[in-house]
Design a protein around this ligand. Structure first.
Ligand SMILES: [Fe+2]
Length: 533
């Protein structure tokens, strides 16, 4: 069924431009494409069912996003092959009385009719509100916030850290709460979707047993762009997730499950030939781009996607967003949670790849902000998972890349950078501790502080701590807290300190989970290491 019907050719291209305003002319760059749907467009259903989002906060603007999908879970998503103009506006107030800038963007079928508008010309460090209109339909509205001017004096920055949102393992109650925090931005560390088969049961590490899934995507394991799109559509139909997107701009980066479990570089766990695996990576990368508010600079080129980038917030924070998947050497010692093998000392293994590592080292050495944040995916701190003689490591963390990690820590220490705070996900637990220089010497100097922030839903209800937590704490004295509940991190940065409030839920399997603060920590900008907040 053709959903976008140019039922009446009511407007010429020139009229369309005039009606959209001068700013739109710059934004549009209308191609001479016969697929452009002029005039009124009609939809078979509400086209903004996947919500809206903003992201990539810069001092003069941000990205606003939506995607036209009147039938999100049907093949074709209820859209035809037309290019569809979508009007947008950004206002200084939530009632849209004072519109700051507006225009018309084109939703292309090649991008699943996603719209990414790079809004510019705004004032730094203040909230704005945005919305879209297409045909007779108007989207929900969202709140975005511009970054404070880089280097300018800034008293306070508040942001949230979230990720790992397996749809089948829990509800998004944490996002419902996060949406009410009025943060300046959200850092999403990855695992926005989970690929794989949707099963009626999953394994809970807290219970060491299988538990029933509270809900299911009920979709096939994705390989094609359209299958990945369907998976994103299922996730994004969740209204708690939509509220969290509409509440603040997001800075997102992928981890593994946006493509497939524990992938790195050209390597998949099942030994798919790299050139074949790259086809799946390309499909997944495109769908990821289509559904998150990225800048055009992150538009994938085949399997490649530019995701490492830096954000600055006044004189308080430089945030280096790292991509620890795309350039990493294949996991040594056969991946998984296993004993470390001699390959962990292989000097040729890399986590960041040469170009990203140089970019990071230059940024850290030249940084002037009060705090340097490394916003990344897998745990940097060394961690022996079992007490006693056994040396069990998470071989998908930084642990088996000891030479690459030492190079990073030596760079931080050698340049006397004492304000590095690492923000991490992946573990589906809160794990807070000190990044020590030598993982074979628990008394070695503290180089940085790390907050591994728990999952939104992955792992299900959980509880205070897993059966192995006490042993892990005893074995790793640089780790100060382990907790296995769902939630998010709330971070407040001032000139005096960075404080982290770990918010957790009592349960996520049924609606109405209660939120509480599990622990608060503080970090001094002149002394690496975590303190009780
Ligand atoms: Fe995850």
């Amino acid at each position: 069924m053709k959903s976008v019907l140019p039922s009446t050719i009511a407007l010429s291209r020139r009229q369309l431009l005039r009606g959209a305003g001068a700013l739109a002319v710059a934004a549009l760059a209308i191609p001479a494409d016969p697929r452009l749907a002029f005039g009124a467009v009609n939809f078979i259903d509400y086209p903004f069912q996947l919500g809206v989002a903003s992201g990539e906060p810069w001092p003069d603007g941000f990205v606003i996003w939506t995607r036209l999908a009147p039938r999100p879970l049907e093949p074709g998503h209820g859209m035809s092959g037309d290019i569809v103009p979508v009007d947008w506006e950004v206002a200084e107030d939530r009632l849209f009385r004072k519109v700051a800038v507006k225009g018309t963007a084109l939703a292309h079928p090649e991008l699943g009719h996603a719209v990414h508008v790079e809004v510019a010309g705004l004032l730094p460090g203040r909230p704005y509100w945005y919305r879209f209109r297409c045909g007779d339909h108007r989207s929900m509205q969202g709140r975005a916030v511009t970054a404070p001017a880089a280097g300018a004096p800034l008293a306070k920055l508040r942001f949230a850290i979230a990720g790992c949102q397996n749809y089948d393992q829990g509800l998004y109650t944490a996002f419902d709460h996060l949406a009410r925090e009025e943060v300046d931005f959200v850092y999403h560390y990855g695992d926005y979707i989970y690929e794989g088969l949707s099963r009626p049961f999953y394994f809970s590490r807290y219970l060491d047993d299988v538990v029933p899934s509270p809900r299911r995507t009920d979709l096939p394991d994705p390989y094609s762009v359209d299958e990945y799109r369907m998976r994103y559509a299922r996730y994004k139909l969740d209204t708690d997730l939509q509220k969290a997107h509409a509440a603040a701009p997001w800075i997102a980066v992928w981890d593994d499950h946006e493509i497939v479990d524990n992938w790195v570089s050209d390597f998949n766990w099942d030994n798919t030939p790299p050139d074949i695996f790259r086809l799946r990576r390309a499909a997944a990368a495109q769908a990821y781009y289509e559904h998150l508010p990225f800048r055009r600079s992150s538009l994938p080129d085949g399997a490649r996607m530019q995701l490492f980038r830096k954000f600055s917030f006044g004189d308080l924070v430089d945030m280096h967003v790292l991509d620890t998947r795309q350039y990493r050497s294949d996991q040594p010692c056969r991946d998984g949670f296993r004993p470390a093998c001699p390959d962990v000392d292989n000097p040729n293994l890399t986590v960041l790849g040469e170009a990203q590592e140089k970019w990071l080292f230059d940024g850290l050495a030249g940084g002037k902000a009060r705090f340097n944040l490394l916003a990344q995916q897998v745990m940097l701190m060394p961690c022996d998972r079992e007490p006693g003689e056994a040396n069990i490591r998470n071989l998908d963390s930084w642990d088996p890349y000891r030479v690459a990690r030492a190079r990073l820590l030596r760079h931080i220490q050698g340049n006397n950078i004492r304000n590095t705070v690492v923000l991490t996900g992946d573990e589906h637990q809160n794990i807070v501790g000190n990044v020590i220089f030598d993982d074979k010497d628990p008394n070695s100097p503290v180089v940085a502080t790390e907050f591994v922030v728990t999952s939104i839903s992955s792992g299900g209800d959980g509880g205070s701590e897993r059966p192995n937590a006490k042993g892990m704490l005893a074995e790793n004295p640089h780790i100060k807290l382990i907790n296995d509940q769902r939630g998010y991190g709330l971070c407040e940065v001032t000139q005096k300190h960075l404080s982290m409030d770990l918010k957790v839920l009592d349960q996520v399997m049924t609606p109405g989970g209660k939120l509480s603060s599990r622990a608060k920590f503080a970090v001094d900008p002149n002394k690496p290491g975590v303190q009780k907040g």
